[in-house]
Design a protein around this ligand. Structure first.
Ligand code: ADP
Length: 397
């Protein structure tokens, strides 16, 4: 069965087309700058063929039409008829308290997705636009929603509640939700496979370190805590987001700098994190290079980043009452040896011991980078799109 996976953002749509028989990715790409000058489709086929097309791509509807056209194109395409696409899986950022797993989108689900907009005003509207565009372009083809929040749905209440008046939770559903759930779920499963043990016997900390970063405590296959909260700002230090912050410090700064809600939101989301601390970049490769050449603030940013990853590994070992494995994934987790080293050093008392030489090896494979220590340290490339395709197949198959 051929399944299209879509990740619709406010100005971009990423796509992957899978043949699920053999789980082969036939083609992938992205439409960028939707609605702006210089809109572009970048498309790659499994055999290495690549193409970039500039075009007038005014909205998500025309982005989907461009994607379908390139998938069908005689020169660059991989299918002969759009009816070959039997289902579409959509990444949806926020499923609120309602969605504990992936679901086929019908009218009722669509209305519930609209209800979740309040919780993710920056993300869910774009996800919904992508779904609506596909419904119009591929009439009758089942659409499935796969939520970033769903894997964390079963966190215990004492982990997801904030210390705010309970009435505000009841009124506005302000609580911790967590994100990156598809990635945490995927790498936890792969880690169990790599360790050769049932996931139901394992206590894992999964660290998804990319532009956005979060860790999760995965106890016997269930996410029991995670670092992101009501929004993806909480927790680890990120490219441009603060991570954990005393909320009163923000209130203080709003007063001193005389800034309003919009600027405060931009401060904690776009001007903080690695970028804000270092003044160099939000990109870990540049932070590492500058830190190594003695740039004080770049080194501080790197140290803060790794310290928080380590702190949460310890916290989650306590939360789960033990630890069997630590997983690194995402652009930084998969590629940065120094981040993995700094984030695990000093944890020998927990049974964690990194093999410095193994850790240095660059590879795209799933692998152990420990010394054979009691707690295994693993690098596992994430594959959120494949999880979305599998969930879609399971629901429509
Ligand atoms: P996103 O969260 O947008 O999917 P990625 O998972 O691709 O992002 O991660 C992007 C981050 O990965 C950037 O900070 C980038 O610097 C970092 N990264 C990619 N390659 C390396 C590398 N070789 N060494 C260190 N960091 C890297």
């Amino acid at each position: 069965m051929t399944i299209l996976v879509l990740n619709s953002g406010s100005s971009s749509v990423k796509y992957r087309l899978f043949e699920m028989n053999g789980e082969k990715c036939l083609a992938w790409g992205v439409v960028e700058r939707i609605g702006a000058n210089g809109a572009l489709l970048i498309h790659q086929r499994h055999d290495g063929d690549q193409v970039k097309l500039a075009g007038e791509i005014a909205d998500h509807q025309s982005a989907i039409e461009y994607i379908l056209a390139i998938l069908l194109s005689p020169n660059h395409g991989v299918i002969a008829d759009r009816q070959e696409i039997k289902a579409v899986g959509h990444r949806v950022v926020h499923g609120g308290e309602k969605f504990s797993g992936s679901i086929i989108i019908d009218a009722e689900v669509m209305s519930q997705l609209h209800d979740c907009i309040e919780l993710a005003p920056l993300h869910n509207p774009a996800n919904i636009k992508g779904i609506q565009a596909c419904k119009a372009a591929m009439k009758g083809v089942p659409q499935v929603a796969v939520f970033d929040t769903a894997f964390h749905h079963d966190m215990p209440d004492y982990a997801y509640m904030y210390g705010l008046p309970y009435i505000l939770y009841k009124k506005y559903a302000v609580r911790r939700y967590g994100f990156h759930g598809t990635s945490h779920r995927y790498v936890a499963d792969r880690a169990a496979n790599l360790m050769g043990k049932p996931i139901g016997e394992l206590k894992l900390v999964t660290c998804h370190l990319g532009n956005g970063c979060s860790s999760a405590a995965v106890n016997r296959g269930v996410s029991v805590d995670t670092t992101m909260g009501f929004t993806p700002v909480e927790g680890l230090l990120m490219g441009t987001r603060t991570g954990d912050l005393d909320v009163a410090a923000l209130l203080y700064l709003m007063g001193r700098e005389e800034i309003g809600l919009t600027e405060a939101n931009s401060l904690i989301n776009k001007h903080s994190g690695l970028q804000g601390i270092s003044g160099v970049s939000n990109d870990m490769r540049e932070i590492e290079a500058e830190a190594l050449s003695g740039h004080h603030r770049a080194l501080l940013a790197l140290n803060m980043f790794c310290y928080r990853v380590k702190k949460y590994i310890g916290a989650y070992a306590a939360a789960m009452g033990g630890l069997d494995g630590i997983v690194f994934t995402g652009g930084i987790g998969e590629n940065s040896a120094i981040v993995r080293q700094k984030s695990t050093e000093g944890l020998e008392f927990l049974g964690v011991s990194l093999d410095v030489a193994k850790n240095q090896v660059l590879s795209k494979d799933e692998r152990f980078v420990d010394t054979g220590s009691r707690v295994r340290i693993m690098v596992i490339p994430t594959n959120e799109e494949l999880v979305i395709a599998r969930d879609t197949l399971l629901l429509v198959g």
